[in-house]
Design a protein around this ligand. Structure first.
Ligand code: ADP
Ligand code: MG
Length: 355
């Protein structure tokens, strides 16, 4: 058994190395703990290594078993730190000039916000990727004395992404500044109750970190990190929302289905990728396109009543994992280009003052 595990582990490392060469999209699956441990109807996820086996307890024969393969699977007892540990190298690569996008996908109540922000009670013990990532980037930036990295935060919420009128850019000096901004964002976030979960978030929440710095040769490094907590992916009819809430849900589902279309087009290596069909895909274009590193967290609930949604999330995630893009590359600008841009900026200022 030991030998077997070793082989599996080595295979995984090899797999990750190949992923590194492809430099693009990886998919992690996270299964949240069951709310009621007594419930008999819990789906049995007994995957080895990166696989998830979903077996429907009501269909114990072969038809009820489905197997999915991902880069990594976090079971119900995985801690926030474990999840972060496997995400950290990717996040750190923004400091080397890569664009990075991490997005949490799944139905309402499957644990997206738990992974990205932390538990709803706001326990300081189980802070999520947003906090841990920012903390790590500040640490790294303070440690790299040779590079003048300046962190700037652009925090925006809502489906509108970059063009959201209320979106604001805030320079930040510490993780505490960021936490404060994130709290403000949380308050602004449209939350309305549905039949599925009375804390259902039907808005996307996007935290973008812009990194400006210089490497040792003096070239400018510009990169960004998108941390995205998507709206619930469940079908609208199930959540029994009506009126304005329904319109909002449909609108948001539309942007999620546009995301699906983009993923499909990328997976099929289509010559036309419909990024422009929604603000969400437009915003994520640089992350889902060529040179970025993207990580999707596919979140699923263990309860049997959500089997349909669970399977559809896993199928979507499987499709995302088949996307092959070129190797990721950094955004470097030569010193000459940088100086020219600075000249343009100062000339623009001169012009503006004349008017
Ligand atoms: P979503 O954002 O997908 O709607 P949440 O993150 O709000 O879901 O999770 C729903 C509930 O389950 C919350 O009370 C959350 O604290 C809890 N939960 C989710 N994932 C985990 C986990 N891995 N460990 C412990 N509790 C979790
Ligand atoms: Mg949420």
């Amino acid at each position: 058994a030991l030998g077997y595990h070793k082989v599996v582990k080595e295979n995984r490392n090899l797999y990750n190395m190949v992923q590194d060469l492809k430099g693009n999209i990886r998919v992690y699956c996270r299964i949240r703990p069951a709310f009621n441990s007594e419930a008999k109807n819990v789906i049995d996820f007994t995957g080895e290594d990166g696989s998830v086996v979903v077996s429907d307890p009501l269909k114990p024969h072969k038809d009820g078993r489905k197997v999915f393969q991902f880069n990594r699977v976090f079971g119900p007892i995985a801690t926030q730190d474990e999840v972060f540990k496997d995400t950290q190298p990717l996040i750190r690569s923004v400091m080397d000039g890569y664009n990075v996008c991490i997005f949490a996908y799944g139905q309402t109540g499957s644990g997206k916000t738990h992974t990205m922000c932390g538990p709803s009670g706001g326990s300081r013990k189980e802070l999520g990727i947003n906090y841990l990532a920012l903390n790590d980037l500040f640490l790294l930036s303070n440690r790299r004395k040779d590079i003048t990295n300046k962190l700037e935060i652009r925090s925006c919420t809502g489906d509108d992404g970059l063009s959201v009128p209320q979106a604001t850019m805030h320079p930040v000096k510490s993780t505490a500044d960021v936490l404060h901004l994130m709290k403000l964002g949380e308050v602004n976030r449209a939350v309305s109750s549905t039949a599925i979960n009375d804390q259902s978030s039907r808005s996307h929440s996007i935290l973008t970190v812009h990194i400006h710095g210089k490497d040792v040769s003096g070239s400018a490094l510009r990169s960004c990190l998108h941390l995205v907590d998507l709206a619930g992916s469940e079908r609208v009819d199930k959540s029994e929302v009506t009126g304005d809430a329904l319109k909002e849900a449909q609108y948001i589902n539309k942007s999620l289905s546009c995301l699906g279309d983009v993923i499909t087009a990328l997976a099929q290596k289509s010559s036309y990728i419909p990024y422009r069909n929604s603000k969400l895909t437009l915003l994520l274009q640089t992350s889902l396109g060529g040179n970025a590193k993207t990580l999707m967290f596919a979140h699923v609930s263990p309860e049997r009543e959500y089997l349909g949604e669970t399977i559809s999330t896993l199928k979507f995630a499987q499709r995302v994992s088949t996307i092959e893009l070129g190797a990721a590359c950094t955004n470097k600008e030569s010193r000459e280009v940088m100086q020219l841009k600075e000249q343009i900026d100062s000339l623009k200022k001169v012009l503006a003052n004349r008017e």
